[in-house]
Design a binder for this molecule. Sequence first.
Ligand code: EPU
Length: 313
Amino acid sequence: MRANPKSKIQNPKSDAPPEGFTGRFKRDEPLGRYTTFRIGGPADGYAEPQDRDDLARLLLWARDRDLPITVLGGGSNLLISDEGVRGLVIRLNRLKALRFEGNDVIAEAGLPLVSFLRRVADRGLAGMEGVVGVPGAVGGALVMNAGTPHGEFGDHLIEAEIMQPDGTLLTVPREYLGLGYRSSQLKERGEMVVSVRLRLLPGDPEAVRAEMEKLDVHRHETQPLKIPNAGCIWKNPKPHAAGRLVDEAGCKGMREGGAEVSTVHGNFIVNHGGAAAADVIRLMKRVRARVEDVSGIRLEPEVQLMGAMDWES
Ligand code: EPU
């Protein structure tokens, strides 16, 4: 959904939310508060659509004004520029319904993954255990095909509802999404996830809950979850684990401003307070250079960079 990146909401007429819009709409909204990293400047326009109709209205409204659109998911895998984001930022947190049909679970994009997993486990449906520990919401989990070494969000996906840039709602089969390792083709097509349908396996609620609990305990023991962070910074360069490479290169504890490579897990950068996006980027560059020196492996970011940033892949 790339339009003129210089577009701004300046015209008083276009400053008003779209006619009939019932969600929340703000201008110059600081975005750090919507991220788990607690970093990021303001969005020119910021909207939380109430439902699908609201979302479609918003997309058409933005298209009429040539505003670039950025979708903010759970805000957990994200580094937002200190200068913020031009155009319109849409957060789907109000689209969070979930229902079951037999062994199928149908969940909307804004539902946090932890709530999703809890409901699935209570229902005694198995197959999503491999996603325990992934932060964020359902939509972002699909766009990124988020996961762990034990499984990926898309593993049991049957179909998804997506919205195209012109507000058209489509139900598409799994093949359409082009799922790969931490990737899909949704972003480059400017399409956003509205809901997903996963076909899970019948199981026993107690057993599913126990398995999830076990994985969650591991995560709490091995990740710096009490300090603001963006989840894993780097993709795992299979068969290697990025956390181990960073660790073995001696990068843990490296600092730039308030940003530090976690001393607990090498694939995390924590914000000790007041870290700027620029600090994180400087730190990422130092880590990448040192890991490449030591191991010969070039790390690629898993964290999504949003807004103008001094980073080249
Ligand atoms: N390791 C080290 N040093 C470290 C960190 C890890 O040697 O500082 C080693 C571990 O001992 C282990 C290996 O590296 O042998 C992998 O570490 P871990 O089990 O922690 O898993 P990971 O691959 O680093 C993945 C996901 C996480 C998810 C955990 C759940 C990716 C890129 N990351 O981490 O997802 O929470 O599994 O176990 O797949 C995220 O997506 O943002 C995220 C945090």
